[in-house]
Design a protein around this ligand. Sequence first.
Ligand code: COA
Length: 331
Amino acid sequence: MIRSRILGVGRYLPEKRVTNFDLAKMFDTSDEWIRQRTGIVERRFADAGVYCSDLALEASNEALKNAGMKAEELDFIIYATLSPDHHFPGNGCYLQTKLGLANIGAMDIRNQCSGFIYSLATADAFVRIGMYKRILVVGAEVHSSGLSFTDEGRDVSVIFGDGAGAVIIGPSEDPSRGILTNHLHADGAFANILHLEMFDISQKPCLTHEMLDRGSLWPRMKGKEVFRVAVTRIPEVIEEALKAANLKVEDVDLFIPHQANLRINQFAAAKLGVAEEKFYSNIQRYGNTTAASLPIALSEALEEGLIKGGSVVVFVAFGAGFTWACSVMRW
Ligand SMILES: CC(C)(COP(=O)(O)OP(=O)(O)OC[C@H]1O[C@@H](n2cnc3c(N)ncnc32)[C@H](O)[C@@H]1OP(=O)(O)O)[C@@H](O)C(=O)NCCC(=O)NCCS
């Protein structure tokens, strides 16, 4: 049986740090409010003129270097984002040309906070059927251009940050190591709980001044509802995935949860009876970077020596859609 594994990992965070105190100068909020409810202390914002694909390029180059590969050796690109450079074409195409490549396939996955795991599962399937051998999977976001830094938008704008992470997926020489199982879920009945209207394709034209005036450019979120469902779905999908991999919670060396809210992850860890230190956390420094949060966290966890050959690592995510997903791998 062919398994796929991660051959290289990279991340890129813009240099500009924006603290909670900086946000409190822009609208009515406080460091205490943000820290208590989310764990976030600061986040990074890309400068004006920087595209999502620019962040992705930096992370991809680091992942390639880490895998000891040249971009020319890639045979496919999967790009997860909710903040693409433009409405179309997909960001995989922009990234491809920035990498100096042509002709290889490139696709976008738009599953928000679960986008990286959906992408990983797609790459895993391509590798296992023998279709591709070197797939670049990237998650990248520029949220800072799409948030309302006002009292009205503060519940959402304090949460998100910019960043990118990338991995290279290829066949594992050792069939006991690599991605063991993937579990992808969605429930569109919750679509309006966390969404961005931006345009409405049923209207002609699909974007009007009136829509912009009523704020359709800004994401809307019913935070309590997101919290409530997330703390149920995250432990549930972890249990489902571990069962499929024939593993127990105690067998897991590191959980890498999507960095949406420190409290959501603390709740999930407690529900599973797992020590909080086993749930990786860097939301304090970056906020919620949506599709980028898992590969950024993986890259840092590796650097910190938290993952070694043979370690069991669990990725889990929950977000808009609602979508939620889990991957289990033996490193
Ligand atoms: C967003 C979240 C932190 C809000 O916390 P909460 O305890 O649910 O807060 P509420 O929305 O009930 O608001 C409580 C009060 O704080 C206010 N408030 C909202 N945002 C604020 C901010 N940034 N600063 C200060 N006050 C704020 C509200 O206006 C409200 O005031 P009121 O009581 O006078 O009406 C929390 O619901 C959450 O984290 N949800 C999950 C969100 C998430 O993870 N999203 C990403 C999914 S991938």
